[in-house]
Design a binder for this molecule. Structure first.
Ligand SMILES: [Zn+2]
Length: 449
């Protein structure tokens, strides 16, 4: 500033100190000649330049010729997909708040740039959730729920005593036929994105809660059947996303979790629905007409199997078949794990994507949709997340192999960009020849976190 008049210089310094001068914009981050995979687009992949300014994508344009400039990433031979969303996690259950940040960071480096938290001890993760939404490059965005259920459902669960489950705005028991507004106001005050309805709430109360939640801009998520209601009751009540495909079987009979013989009744329900094509079709028509999303949670069923049990549980097989049926009927699916975010150091979401293709009958592109554009819709962020388009948040995963050919290639991660900030995983999980973290293509990049 030495060339300025001393007074101007002094004023400028004072303004800067007072924080009144706008911060100079961060330099753009440009990914050159990358193959952009937009799962929601019908068209084939195009080699493009993706321009990121601060937290947003500002342009996706045809790749320009010419040498890579300082500050640019050479995207040659790389594929860019939108950051992945795990549509169902529990950050504080069974009870690992002390590992939460490390697990979230590891999941981010596995491509998971957002999670939908489906019920837990909000105070334990709210500071992380707030930070994640402000662009923290070490954390996936956290969208979380207030979990609502009956008193008896909470009593039958094993939440740690310190959670005061059933008595907190984010873990609240629902009195039959009560005014939904105080519950919804309290949930909104806790910063939730949506309410999650699990069990022991009558269909008319599900409907009243849905209406009250939607009125204040919250999303409504539920188990695919909220006992004593059935899936069609939840759809009619206006629920946005149904979780757990196996629970669709409860359309033929309402089953209480606390019944001793619920497993055998569940199987009866599966058989009854399997043998009743018109009823299945009508359920899926209702879902399609209402725009209800289905989150099957295929990986969770496998992991929650008792140790030593071989083969597929009949109820899990039922869930797989219903996932196939729903997909064939044109229902949009959401990828969610409902399991540990991490297992053996890996994000379980990649396993869910694998199962959606292998067992659920989705194409790799449809599986990517389930973890990007559909999951963004689940959390009400379809205008800002889940696609690689100008104006969208710059959550991008760079891969060394094409995920539309083989969904397991979504695991070939060489870089993750969260809110415009570049992170490099310590190693690649794929054996492809290009682009490990040590690759010189990152040498030009100034903003490395
Ligand atoms: Zn869950």
């Amino acid at each position: 500033m030495s060339w300025l008049h001393p007074l101007v210089s002094a004023l400028a310094c004072a303004a800067l100190l007072a924080g009144t001068l706008p911060r100079p914009p961060e330099p753009q981050l440009v990914i050159r000649r990358v193959t952009v995979v937009d799962p929601a687009a019908e068209s084939a992949e195009v080699v493009s330049d993706v321009v990121i300014q601060e937290e947003h994508i500002i342009a996706v344009r045809p790749a320009e010729p010419g040498p890579i400039q300082p500050g640019e990433i050479d995207g040659t031979d790389l594929y860019a997909i939108p950051g992945l969303v795990d549509g169902h996690v529990h950050l504080t259950v069974p009870n690992y708040p002390d590992r939460m940040r490390a697990d979230l960071n590891a999941a981010l480096l596995d491509g998971v740039t957002s999670v939908r938290e489906m019920g837990g001890d909000v105070p334990a993760f709210r500071p992380l959730a707030d930070s994640s939404q402000k662009g923290d490059p070490g954390l996936p965005r956290i969208f979380y729920a207030a979990l609502l259920a009956s008193d008896s459902w909470f009593a039958a669960q094993h939440f740690p005593v310190s959670f005061a489950a059933g008595h907190r705005p984010w873990l609240a028991s629902v009195e039959p036929a009560s005014d939904p507004d105080p519950l919804i106001r309290a949930a909104a005050g806790a910063g939730v994105t949506g309410i999650k309805l699990t069990s022991g709430i009558a269909p008319e109360d599900v409907e009243a809660l849905s209406r009250a939640a939607h009125a204040v801009g919250l999303r409504v998520w539920s188990h695919a059947a909220v006992h004593p209601g059935r899936p069609s009751d939840a759809i009619r009540a206006g629920v946005d996303v149904l979780s757990h495909a196996t629970l669709l079987a409860w359309e033929t009979q309402a089953i209480d979790w606390t019944d001793n013989d619920n497993a055998s009744r569940w199987m009866q329900a599966c058989r009854a629905l399997a043998g009743d094509a018109p009823r299945r079709a009508s359920l899926f028509v209702q879902m399609r007409m209402s725009g209800t999303l289905l989150e099957p949670t295929l990986a969770a069923s496998r992991h929650q199997r008792p140790p030593g049990r071989k083969g597929l549980d009949p109820v899990d097989a039922c869930g797989i078949q219903l996932t196939r049926d729903a997909h064939a009927a044109g229902i949009s699916l959401v990828a969610g794990t409902d399991f540990f975010l991490q297992r053996a150091g890996r994000a379980v979401l990649h396993e869910e994507l694998h199962l959606l293709v292998r067992d659920g009958g989705l194409s790799p592109r449809e599986a990517l949709q389930a973890a990007t554009v559909n999951a963004a819709r689940a959390v009400g962020q379809q205008g800002s997340l889940g696609r690689l388009r100008p104006g969208f948040l710059a959550d991008v995963v760079l891969l060394s192999a094409d995920p539309t050919i083989d969904i397991d290639n979504a695991d070939c991660i060489v870089a993750v960009i969260k809110a415009g900030r570049l992170r490099l995983p310590p190693f690649s999980h794929c054996d492809t020849a290009v682009a490990h973290s040590s690759d010189q293509r990152w040498g030009n990049v100034i903003r490395l976190y």
